[in-house]
Design a protein around this ligand. Sequence first.
Ligand code: SAM
Length: 237
Amino acid sequence: MNLPQFNDIWQETTNWQPSPDQQLLFDELYNKIIETNKYLNLTRITTPEEFWEKNLWDSLAPLMGYDLNNKKIIDIGTGGGFPGIPGAIAFNRGQFTLMDSTTKKINFIAQLAQDLNITNITTLVDRAETIGQEKAYRKQFDFALIRAVAETSVCLEYTLPLLKKNGTAILYRGNWTQEEEEKSKKIAHLLGGNIEKIVNQNTPLNNNIRHCIYVKKIGNTPKQYPREVGKPVKQPL
Ligand code: SAM
C-alpha cells in the first residue's frame, strides 16, 4: 500500500471507515493518478498524505452524513475525478455521472473505472450550461457535487437546474464569508433552492479551512437558467 489508511481519523471525523476493498481501490486510484499525472495534468497533489487529505478525505467527508446508495449523483467539473471517484467507491450502489468539459480528463476516468472495475461510474464530456437545459439531465439528479469549479453563484447556476425536487447540491468551498452567505441565499432562492446548512470542518492533517454548502431544491429553476455557455462566469448572478 502506498497510501496511509488513517482508519482512526476516518472514524473520528466522518463516523465511517473504508473497508479493506475500498482501501485497496483508493490505493490503486492513487497509483493510476500518479502514473497518468506524468503526461496529463490531473492534480497538483502528489504525495500520499496530501492525496489522502485533499483528494480522498476532502471528497468524502462532506458526503458522509448522507446515504448516496441507490441515488443519482452528478459531479460537475470533476477534473481528475474528484469528488466523484472516491464518492463512487464509498457508495458503490450510487449511480455516479462524472462530467467535465475536458475530453482527456474524462477519457482517463472512463479507462480508470474500467481498469478498477468501478461499475457505478458513467462519464460525460459536456458543459454544465448545456446539460442543464437538456431533458436527459435537467431535474434528473438527487445530488449535484461541485468542487473547485467556479465562484459560488456560478456553482448554484450549474447545479440547481440538474436537481430533482428535494435534491441536494453540495458545494465544496474553502473560505466562506457572511457577505457571500447573504448573496448566495438570494441566488439560491432565485434558482429554486434553499441553503439548508453550512458546515465548517477543517482538514484533519493540515487544518486547512473547509466549508461545505448544502442547498436543497425546493421549487423549480426558472427556464432561463443555466444561461448560455460562458455567461454564468462572465456575468455572475
Ligand atoms: N473538481 C475537481 C477537483 O476538485 O479536483 C477538478 C477541479 S478543476 C480546478 C475545474 C474543472 O472544472 C476543470 O477540469 C474544468 O474543465 C471543469 N469545468 C469548468 N467549467 C465547466 C463547465 N461549465 N462545465 C463543465 N466542466 C467545467
